[in-house]
Design a protein around this ligand. Sequence first.
Ligand SMILES: *Cc1c(COP(=O)(O)O)cnc(C)c1O
Length: 352
Amino acid sequence: MNKRYWSARIVNIAPYVPGEQPKNRRYIKLNTNENPYPPSPKALAAARAAASEELRLYPDPDASALRGAAASFYGIRPTQVFVGNGSDEVLACCFLAFTDAQTPAVFPDITYSFYPVYALLFGTKTRIPPLREDFSMPVEELCRNDGTVLLTNPNAPTSLALSRAQVEDIVRANPDHVVIVDEAYVDFGAESAMPLLARYDNLLIVQTLSKSRSLAGLRCGLALGSESLIAAMDAVKNSFNSYTLDRVAIAAATASIEDRAYFETTCQAVIRTRDAAAARLRALGCTVLPSAANFLFVSPPDGNAAALFAALREQGILVRYFAKPRIDRFLRISVGTEEEMQTLTDAVARLI
Ligand SMILES: *Cc1c(COP(=O)(O)O)cnc(C)c1O
């Protein structure tokens, strides 16, 4: 490709590769950690109502209704809430707000693979300590107070979670830097760092409506933190796009957050299905890490994850395989419905 007109910033970039969204054939889709259950009916009704003639008008640039709903859900002030077009955008704003030439980004080698892409795009230096051999977090390496820490908890793609006390150790050890805890999967059974917000003004929690609220297609993410951190995020956002969330998204996301009962019921269903599927896979001889997320990190008995990935695909089941050192013996399998997971474990039983 001729890159003659490309800026120096992007000419050598390796963009993030999202999981496949197949268009040709119907798969059981267990490859991008989507929720198998539909969004709250109240969210869908709000989206339909918002798809009206009012789309003539710009949306509220502050998305005040949504910030208010999130603030009451979490028991904080609306000025402690930032909203963005998916948490990917929220994380991009974090890089611009909290890293610079003097402030590197610090994150482990095996974690959400968008972090190194942002670092390249924004020219941020990095320090990347390896996860331990058993995939646990190198907590002491994240306690060196030498940069902005990015901690995915539970981690992806390993599904392992730190306790709130361990997260607090990291936040306390970095008084001069922001610690960003990406809690994309926390609602599936891990301890959220939310109760720590009252005591640490360097803690920023990032959440998304894509996983536990079944709204990946809507694009809505949140950041929760001290007023100063949120003001920094708003300064970034208002320097590139005043209207990151449209009217439909603001309405549906607000209604979704307000529907606490539906959220709790669907999270519990995913957790039940996850634990039952993990038990069946272990009984087949697979290694399955203890998951606090809506996916399982699974190694087949012979360690040949690439072959199992291809064979499952043949059978119409899509999972995620990362051809990367250290994790190439594992598959990441999103938790679908009970029926989908039964089909998956039956297929694994036949194939291994
Ligand atoms: C899915 C995911 C996100 C992105 O979520 P969106 O809100 O859909 O952009 C962010 N962080 C992690 C760790 C994720 O797994």
